[in-house]
Design a protein around this ligand. Structure first.
Ligand code: WTA
Length: 666
């Protein structure tokens, strides 16, 4: 059995049949439709002439320093060029032009720190800081085209740094602050970053959480890094390297506030963002300027229904993920929106923190992940009910399939029984939203991402690449190039072609299984490759397996994503120990210590988000005759199901052994 035939697996039969029976529908409210940014005509316009549609979007939503003459060049497929002879500056589009249009006093960011500190940053303030930060980067030796790594908490400097990079044409590589120093080091090395922007730390669950030590550790072995810019956030003591380290606040204060944004070619690289793939090595997904910004701005406007003059928008993602790139930084700022930027967790200092922020800032558009909704559901509706959430008029979700129960709860408890919910499907690779309802246009179906947004063409196909009929399942694909598509994998064009374009000739394979219902709505079922989705975060089974095997006590490891009620999937590891460690684990009480040691080891290698929920020490792993681990059987064990067909195992007694071992009292 190959991994590819796991559509039915990943999308367990049970999920399929549940989804098939969901028939509640929510037609748009005419009052909402009347004011909606997204109009039904967009579908017809895009169908009539796709390229013209995207040319119009680019010109309507962005300010170009030089207009383009060709919308799409697909002659070197799968390497696309959009608006190639046009020029623009992304930071100018996100900041300066709003100030020039007289909106300098509009709040760009309502920053809310976890300890309760707040700061309102207007577009004019943002412009001043971005210009100064751009000058600091230039003085630190960063030239156009050089890469900058950003490893920051969710504070305004994260947004400012990204825009400062965009302003000078230095592609940023944001590394999620929860990743370990090893993960940071490998990303710095892959992109050969010249500068790292970090902070002394941030606040997490009521306490300062240091970041600088991880950077110090990573930079020691990073010859490409010339300078480390350090934001002072927690004021905790940090080690200091006089040759490399610079305080952000000192450098910005000393820097000139004058800087003219240089127009970049539309295809100039804007950023690299590393994401997990099916192998151990994360892929640096490359996005460029014009197409990415066009689709980020367009989807943010029509899907989230952003009216920049009146709305307060809040996307709860971290800037370390693509959602933060497209729907905190580039989309909403290109549209001139006012948004909330929150540093901390939803339950610090109390479980109503998010709802309190929504009440305080009269947030009208809220975009989060299904995991968060399920967690809040578990905490109980009494918590959000204590707050006035009546300002909310659009709700969104992203990152994983949202189940109908959570969807209905989200609409009723958070959205006052009336706010439309947009369930948006997209990926780091797609750059921006691809499949989603348009609020005010689409009749909503709880649990389905629904249909491609105007201008995008997706389908569900069978093993041979043929479109499946409504009512059937298969693989989710994208059959026409789109403006914000990835332009490649940093430094690895072959891997780009192989990963996305070889499964079905000439079409993009997303790695997800999906089903079309009788009306043609798309129900995304989850990954069909070795990628897990834990709380909306992408993790690679192979990467965690390599981390486990790098521990001296581990001989072999297999990782599976087991269904989890709250986090969608959870990491479950099956580990075979080396000789001496086996005896140690058998000593009374030692097994638990060893499991804790291995969990911490994964956190050190990758980051706390990758820590397995469960590690099971086993004597054998189920393998086929050709030596391939049958993860499907391990998933059965992890999900407490009866173990499936074992006939293709080299040794069919292995599963009995595993189960007997697990049944033994610890
Ligand atoms: C999953 C996050 C179901 C999917 C923007 C995809 C979803 C992966 C949805 C990309 C959704 C994202 N419904 N599944 N609405 N949105 N996914 O790169 O498996 O972190 O391939 O991008 O998340 O994760 P990534």
């Amino acid at each position: 059995m190959t991994r590819r035939s796991t559509v039915a697996d990943a999308a367990s039969e049970e999920t399929l049949s549940n989804l098939g029976h969901e028939d509640r529908e929510f037609p748009p409210d005419p009052a909402f439709t009347a004011q909606a940014v997204g109009k039904a005509e967009l579908y017809e316009q895009a169908d009539a002439d796709r390229e013209k549609f995207w040319a119009d979007q680019a010109r309507e939503r962005l300010t170009w320093s030089k207009d383009f003459t060709q919308t799409l060049d697909w002659s070197d497929a799968p390497f696309a060029k959009w608006y190639a002879d046009g020029q623009l500056n992304a930071a100018y589009n996100c900041v300066d032009r709003h100030v020039e249009a007289g909106n300098g006093d509009r709040v760009a960011l309502h920053f809310v720190g976890e300890p309760g500190d707040t700061e309102d940053i207007t577009y004019a303030d943002l412009q001043d800081r971005v210009k100064r930060a751009a000058n600091v980067l230039l003085e630190s030796g960063v030239a156009k085209g050089d890469r900058v790594a950003i490893y920051l908490p969710m504070i305004p400097e994260a947004v400012i740094s990204m825009l400062a990079c965009a302003r000078i044409g230095a592609p940023h590589s944001v590394v999620f602050g929860g990743f370990s120093s090893d993960a940071l080091r490998s990303r710095i090395a892959d992109a050969e970053a010249k500068v790292v922007i970090t902070a002394d730390g941030g606040y997490r669950r009521g306490k300062p959480s240091a970041l600088k030590p991880a950077v110090d550790d990573a930079v020691k072995d990073s010859p490409s890094v010339l300078k480390v810019l350090v934001v002072q956030r927690t004021k905790e003591e940090v080690a200091w390297n006089d040759e490399k380290d610079l305080w952000w606040h000192e450098a910005l204060e000393a820097a000139s506030p004058e800087h003219t944004a240089e127009p970049m070619d539309a295809e100039h690289p804007l950023f690299i963002l590393y994401t997990s793939g099916t192998t151990g090595k994360p892929k640096g997904i490359l996005h460029t300027t014009g197409g990415y910004l066009t689709q980020a701005a367009y989807t943010n406007a029509v899907v989230h229904d952003v009216h920049p003059e009146t709305d307060v928008y809040w996307c709860s993602a971290d800037v370390g993920w693509v959602t933060g790139h497209s729907y905190i930084v580039y989309g909403p700022l290109a549209n001139g929106a006012t948004q909330v930027l929150y540093e901390g967790t939803p339950d610090t200092p109390h479980k109503g923190r998010w709802w309190e922020i929504i009440q305080q800032h009269k947030v009208s558009i809220f975009y989060t992940a299904p995991t968060a909704i399920r967690t809040c559901m578990k905490w109980g509706k009494e918590i959000p009910e204590k707050f006035d959430l009546s300002s909310l008029r659009v709700l969104g979700s992203v990152g994983e399939p949202s189940n109908p129960e959570a969807w209905i709860w989200y609409r009723d408890v958070i959205g006052g029984g009336k706010a439309p919910i947009v369930d948006t499907w997209w990926q780091t690779e797609t750059g921006a939203i691809m499949v989603s309802a348009l609020p005010g246009v689409t009749t909503l179906k709880p649990g389905s991402a629904q249909i491609a947004v105007p201008g995008i063409s997706v389908d569900v196909v069978d093993e041979q690449g043929n479109s499946v009929d409504n009512g059937h399942g298969g693989y989710l694909i994208i059959d026409k190039p789109w403006p914000s598509m990835l332009r490649g994998i940093w430094g690895d064009p072959e891997r780009f072609k192989e990963t996305y374009w070889s499964r079905f000739k000439g079409i993009y394979f997303a790695g997800d299984g999906a089903k079309k219902d009788e009306q043609g709505n798309i129900w995304v079922l989850g990954r069909v490759d070795d990628v897990m989705n834990v709380s909306g975060h992408r993790l690679s089974t192979t990467e965690i397996e390599s981390a486990l095997v790098s521990h001296p006590k581990v001989a072999e490891a297999a990782v599976v994503g087991a269904t989890d009620e709250t986090t969608g999937q959870a990491v479950c590891a099956f580990v075979i120990l080396r000789g001496d460690a086996v005896q140690e684990a058998d000593e009374p009480g030692e097994g638990a210590d060893l499991v804790a040691e291995l969990r911490n080891h994964v956190a050190k290698e990758i980051g706390a988000i990758a820590k397995p929920r469960q590690i099971l020490i086993v004597a054998e792993l189920p393998k086929t005759r050709s030596g391939k681990i049958m993860r499907r059987l391990l998933r059965d064990v992890a999900e407490n199901r009866e173990v499936g067909d074992v006939t293709t195992l080299a040794d069919s007694s292995v599963m009995d052994l595993i189960q007997q071992g697990l049944a033994k009292p610890a």
